[in-house]
Design a protein around this ligand. Structure first.
Ligand SMILES: Nc1ncnc2c1ncn2[C@@H]1O[C@H](COP(=O)(O)OP(=O)(O)OP(=O)(O)O)[C@@H](O)[C@H]1O
Ligand SMILES: CC(C)(CO)[C@@H](O)C(=O)[O-]
Ligand code: BAL
Length: 282
């Protein structure tokens, strides 16, 4: 497995691959790899001849009061996992490599970025879109794979790639869960043993809400409020619990058919996000 740390090395790799005609897929991550990330790697391997994983805890997507310093960094375990999965290359740039002195350009996808997580984490999605744009420009991969767990992030990246004519094909991959339903996430590591036991409640509320929609309930604002209140009673601090339209993530109306229920809530030190799609029959 090749380890690249400098942006220029990726340019060279792209040049060499173009000569051989091999296809390339990239899986961007912030490291502390778990089985969710590894499922993205497997998907990437099914798409392309070669796979590169990026590991970069991107400062520009963290707010001043957020967990940039505390975010788990486990480089040795990450490299071992990637070797086990026969990943071809890993890109682990430093902050100076991605944001050299003088860097000032930012990529913003305004409407989608202001909703949900963006409303609670101002500037977050500009940080995400900017660093993903930099990765895609550098690596010029044929494919890039992102998790559907970060549903809003995936929607923003798809929008950006379309709007900026970036030639990489974006693929989503399903959310991998623990046996009790909790979506795997690096931030699950912030949970105490007691909180970890209670954490699947977020997914249970998503499923309960989906069931009620499928049973014909159409008062979406009431369903949102009821889930919000339930989580609060159970000791969570919900940021939002929203029944939305899949295509623009705006509040769903009873006539909409392709829905996604998006949720973010804090439990102890952890801020967890999750979602479920609901496709209603016409
Ligand atoms: N449980 C999961 N199933 C599938 N994909 C996932 C899962 N968790 C994360 N991903 C995807 O992995 C990629 C990298 O995410 P990231 O490194 O932020 O991991 P994370 O576990 O989501 O961490 P965080 O605590 O920051 O949410 C993203 O595309 C994300 O959607
Ligand atoms: C896409 C990403 C790697 C950009 O830093 C990050 O937001 C993540 O891990 O989901
Ligand atoms: N997976 C989302 C990255 C973040 O929370 O910053």
């Amino acid at each position: 497995m090749q380890i690249y740390t400098q942006p220029e090395e990726l340019r060279q790799l792209r040049h060499e691959l173009t000569l051989t005609g091999k296809t390339l897929a990239v899986v961007p991550t912030m490291g502390n790899l778990h089985d969710g990330h590894l499922s993205l790697i497997e998907k990437a391997q099914s798409l392309a001849d070669l796979v590169i994983c990026t590991i970069f805890v991107n400062p520009s997507q963290f707010g001043p009061e957020e967990d940039l310093d505390a975010y788990p960094r486990t480089p040795d375990a990450d490299l071992a996992a990637l070797r086990r999965y026969h990943v071809d290359g890993v890109f682990t740039p430093g902050v100076e490599g991605m944001y050299p002195p003088g860097d000032e350009t930012r990529v913003t996808v305004p409407a989608l970025s202001e909703l949900h997580c963006g409303a609670v984490r101002p500037g977050h999605f500009t940080g995400v879109a900017t660093v993903v744009c930099k990765f895609l420009n550098l690596i010029q991969a044929d494919y890039a794979v992102f998790g559907e767990k970060d549903f809003q992030q995936l929607a923003i990246i798809r929008r950006m790639v379309t709007d900026l004519f970036i030639p990489t094909e974006i693929h989503g991959a399903p959310t991998l869960r623990a046996e009790d339903g909790l979506a795997l996430s690096s931030r699950n590591g912030y949970l105490t043993a007691d909180e970890r036991q209670r954490a699947p409640e977020l997914y249970r509320q998503l499923m309960l809400t989906r069931d009620r929609i499928q049973q014909g309930e159409r008062d979406y604002r009431q369903l949102e409020q009821s889930a919000h209140e339930h989580l609060t009673r159970e000791g969570w601090r919900p940021d939002y619990f929203s029944i939305c339209r899949q295509h623009d993530l705006q509040a769903a109306e009873p006539t909409d058919q392709k829905l996604v229920i998006l949720a973010a809530a804090r439990l102890g030190r952890a801020r967890l996000i999750d979602n479920l799609t609901v496709d209603l029959k016409p």
